[in-house]
Design a protein around this ligand. Structure first.
Ligand SMILES: NC(=O)C1=CN([C@@H]2O[C@H](COP(=O)(O)OP(=O)(O)OC[C@H]3O[C@@H](n4cnc5c(N)ncnc54)[C@H](O)[C@@H]3O)[C@@H](O)[C@H]2O)C=CC1
Ligand SMILES: C[C@H](CCCC(C)(C)O)[C@H]1CC[C@H]2[C@@H]3[C@H](O)CC4=CC(=O)CC[C@]4(C)[C@H]3CC[C@]12C
Length: 368
């Protein structure tokens, strides 16, 4: 918890603070931002774990609200020094309509920007995504790229489209005058695939493996590299950016940063096995067991089934043309921009990230 001997003067707002990443950001702020006086957590669904945070030296204010409602956002933002906007609809499985994804991710972000401008909040950090860049619809590889690597970022899927639009809004808002006459300072963090405690898809794979008698079947070639980053390090980057944005506004304002750490470059499935292996699962096959064309067919079939069944039930399997394309296209980053601009070093080593994640998967065992 924060050292109360230091001056506690700052008010932070974390939107989406009860989500997978948001919870880590919230806990990290309480542990590592000694200047915090009040931490506001804004989310559509508030978690019961928030109660335990309310006994510490920092005032924790839980706000149940919707980012699509401008007045709710403005009320939450008023008086905050820093906003970390991590709320978003992460749906690549067709659970929600494209319109809703747009409304939450794009209009919600616009509401956050306008709230900062109207109420005089100067520092805004946006959780963007690697998906803003790629993989693109052409399936072109992005191999150990950085923030300046040329890449044709063309999307059709509602999720990456919404993240790209929202990121642009945030970056374009940098320098806008906020109430009181000072300029807004914004930047965007682009995590690759986040893993760690609370990662729902990891849990889904784990339970799927248990149902299949402790086995998972390789679908993607081991040579396809997929960028992954530990949730604790992503949270730490948010905390650091929030701290440094004021002092390095000229350098950091309007910038994007990939989120990275020392997690190894592997395929999506091989990487998951770093955690699921020690929990007793085995990945069968050194090569994909099904030909790619069959996976493409199954993915297309899933889309058709989703559409046919929609009036009756929500059918949203992990495999669809989009998830297959993302999993099957190399996308990895190699950059030190965050170190150069705000002194970021990963807080958690790969070994620690791995240990923590394995421990979490094991405790998740009973919650199938
Ligand atoms: N999970 C991943 O691998 C990656 C996630 N991201 C981004 O990180 C952010 C957080 O993602 P996760 O923690 O994985 O997702 P999550 O779904 O666990 O968390 C999102 C949070 O936003 C809240 N939320 C959704 N709609 C809302 C609304 N209308 N008003 C207020 N709150 C709302 C949800 O209740 C949830 O608590 C998102 O912006 C996502 O686009 C970026 C890259 C990778
Ligand atoms: C669900 C996919 C794995 C299924 C593999 C299959 C079809 C062979 O069984 C996941 C593979 C890659 C994931 C995405 C990636 O990590 C990038 C992301 C960034 C975000 O901002 C949100 C989440 C995601 C789109 C992530 C979603 C799951 C995968 C598609």
């Amino acid at each position: 918890m924060a050292n109360s001997a230091q001056t506690q003067e700052l008010v932070y707002l974390v939107t989406g603070g009860c989500g997978f990443l948001g919870e880590h950001v919230v806990r990290m702020l309480l542990q590592r931002e000694p200047r915090l006086r009040e931490l506001r957590i804004f989310d559509l669904h508030l978690g019961p774990w928030l109660e335990e945070l309310k006994t510490g030296p920092v005032q924790v204010t839980a706000i149940q609200g919707d980012v699509t409602q401008a007045h709710e956002v403005a009320a939450a933002v008023a008086g905050a020094h820093v906003v970390i906007h991590t709320a978003g609809l992460v749906d690549v499985f067709g659970k929600t309509s494209p319109e809703t994804i747009h409304e939450v991710n794009v209009q919600g972000t616009q509401n956050v920007i306008e709230a900062c401008v109207q109420t005089g909040t100067r520092f805004l950090i946006y959780t963007s995504s690697m998906e803003v860049v790629g993989p693109n619809i052409k399936g072109q590889p992005f191999y150990r790229g950085n923030e300046n690597t040329p890449y044709e970022a063309v999307h059709r899927h509602p999720y990456p489209c919404s993240k790209a639009l929202a990121e642009r809004l945030v970056l374009e808002a940098n320098g806008r005058e906020v109430l009181g006459g000072l300029p807004l300072v914004t930047c965007a963090l682009r995590p690759t695939g986040i893993y760690g405690e609370g990662h729902q898809i990891m849990k889904d794979f784990y339970h799927q493996g248990l149902r299949l008698g402790g086995r998972l079947f390789r679908a993607i070639p081991a040579s396809v590299e997929h960028g992954r980053v530990y949730v604790g390090n992503v949270a730490w980057m948010h905390v650091l950016v929030a701290r440094e944005l004021e002092h390095r506004a000229a350098l950091m304002g309007g910038q994007v940063y990939f989120c990275y750490d020392n997690s190894p470059y592997k395929s999506y499935e091989d990487f998951n096995m770093e955690f699921l292996g020690p929990c007793g699962l085995r990945l069968v096959g050194t090569r994909p067991l099904m030909p790619y064309w069959l996976l493409v067919l199954l993915a297309a079939l899933n889309t058709l089934l989703q559409w046919l069944l929609r009036p009756l039930l929500l059918y949203a399997p992990l495999l669809n043309p989009y998830t297959l394309a993302v999993a099957n296209t190399t996308f990895t980053v190699s950059t030190d921009k965050a170190r150069r601009h705000f002194g970021y070093e990963p807080l958690f080593s790969w070994e620690e990230s791995r240990t923590r994640t394995i421990r979490w998967v094991r405790t998740a065992e009973g919650s199938a």
